[in-house]
Ligand binder design. Structure first.
Ligand SMILES: Nc1ncnc2c1ncn2[C@@H]1O[C@H](COP(=O)(O)OP(=O)(O)O)[C@@H](O)[C@H]1O
Ligand SMILES: [Mg+2]
Length: 360
């Protein structure tokens, strides 16, 4: 038997489903919530694809947890709708939705063993003892916790407790996994490991996931896309790379990464008088001891080591500019030349363009 040519294979394959026919993993439409007389969530729209990991990123108090609680069904919206895998779930209680949530404080029962904590949601569904035991053990194996099967949560580490909470959510085989600040109770080193574990598991299971976080590095490093929230609204919903290179609003530009901000416009070399706002990322400022075309003479006013790079504060008269440089840093107080390689231009708070040096 000969293998079919690629053309035959394509002709024989069933017609691909029209992308428009495949429902999103999760869709929020016009979601609003008033709490304590204030509009906390303001007509929020969000469409998450099946199998996608999306972070809700924003400062404390911007409405991330409120949004997640509405998705999970613990809080009902005042307006708008929520659909999971194409089905409207707006009026369903949390236990009737195909979603499971990992709470910020894990919410484990301290008096129950790890296995009993994970079994709990299955017991509520009245599965047989044997089936519960099988599924719990399979899940504990998946998160590497079989050896702690009979331990109680207070006896295991924070990272292990986090994995118990994750196992308790995943054992329900949800279509949508919801996590509220899942790493905030872990120390810095463990945070990086656990977030990589969560990403691996999420990709292996192909599960639609929403993670709430206020930590930009966390959001950028594990998400397919990030929704940046501010005061109950989504300011931008993009891939991590796009979000950083082309922040759609001044809020996003200042919230993610560092920014030198000036009133004015950019002539391709430097900031000049004008009505807009110019944002320059510190890594888009080059600094050299030797004069360079378009370089501005500046004094090195501060040098902050960050390990693999140095942060410089450069001063020219009453203007300061932060720059990140790799390699050996210049001496404090020395004079050199700063060149701007790219700038973000905003008008009325919105991105007009990203200008590369010399082309504006
Ligand atoms: N039950 C409530 N009553 C009144 N205000 C609330 C209530 N719950 C939350 N809020 C307010 O809503 C805002 C958003 O809260 P939250 O969603 O927890 O923010 P985040 O998770 O982004 O830090 C905050 O200002 C908070 O004080
Ligand atoms: Mg919160």
């Amino acid at each position: 038997m000969t293998s079919p040519s690629p053309a035959t294979a394509v002709a024989d394959a069933p017609a691909p489903a029209d992308a428009a026919d495949v429902p999103d993993g999760l869709r929020l439409s016009g979601l609003s919530k008033v709490l304590g007389g204030r509009t906390i969530i303001d007509s929020l729209d969000l469409a998450v694809q099946r199998g996608e990991l999306v972070s809700l990123l924003g400062p404390s108090g911007c409405g991330k947890t409120t949004t997640l609680r509405m998705i999970a069904g613990f809080l009902s919206p005042d307006a708008g709708s929520i659909a999971m895998a194409g089905r409207d779930v707006t009026r369903l209680g949390p236990d009737k939705r195909p979603s499971a949530m990992v709470f910020q404080n894990y919410a484990l029962w301290p008096h129950l063993t790890v296995a009993k904590n994970v079994a709990y949601p299955l017991r509520l569904r009245r599965l047989s003892r044997a089936e519960v035991a099988d599924r719990v053990d399979a899940m504990l194996a998946l998160v590497n916790l079989l050896h702690h099967r009979d331990s109680r949560p207070p006896r295991i580490s924070g990272g292990e407790q986090q994995r118990v909470a994750l196992a308790r959510a995943l054992v329900q085989e949800p279509d949508v996994l919801l996590l509220d600040e899942p790493l905030s109770n872990l120390d810095a080193k463990l945070r990086v490991k656990v977030r990589e574990d969560i990403r691996d598991l999420q990709q292996r299971l192909g599960i639609t996931t929403v993670i709430v976080t206020h930590d930009q590095e966390e959001a950028l490093s594990i998400s397919d896309r990030v929704a940046v929230m501010n005061a109950g609204r989504i300011e931008q919903f993009s891939t991590p790379t796009e979000l950083y290179a082309r922040p759609a609003t001044e809020f996003v530009a200042t919230f993610i990464g560092a920014l030198n901000r000036f009133d004015g416009s950019f002539d391709g070399t430097r900031v000049v008088d004008g009505t807009g706002v110019v944002g320059i990322r510190p890594e888009d400022v080059a600094f050299s001891q030797a004069p360079r075309p378009g370089g501005m003479r500046a004094v090195v006013e501060r040098v902050v080591p960050h390990g693999h790079f140095h942060e410089l504060r450069l001063r020219r008269e009453d203007v300061t500019l932060n720059a990140y440089v790799s390699g050996p840093p210049p001496r404090l107080g020395s004079v050199g030349f700063a060149t701007v390689e790219a700038a973000l231009l905003y008008r009325d708070g919105r991105l007009v363009e990203r200008a590369e040096a010399g082309v504006a």
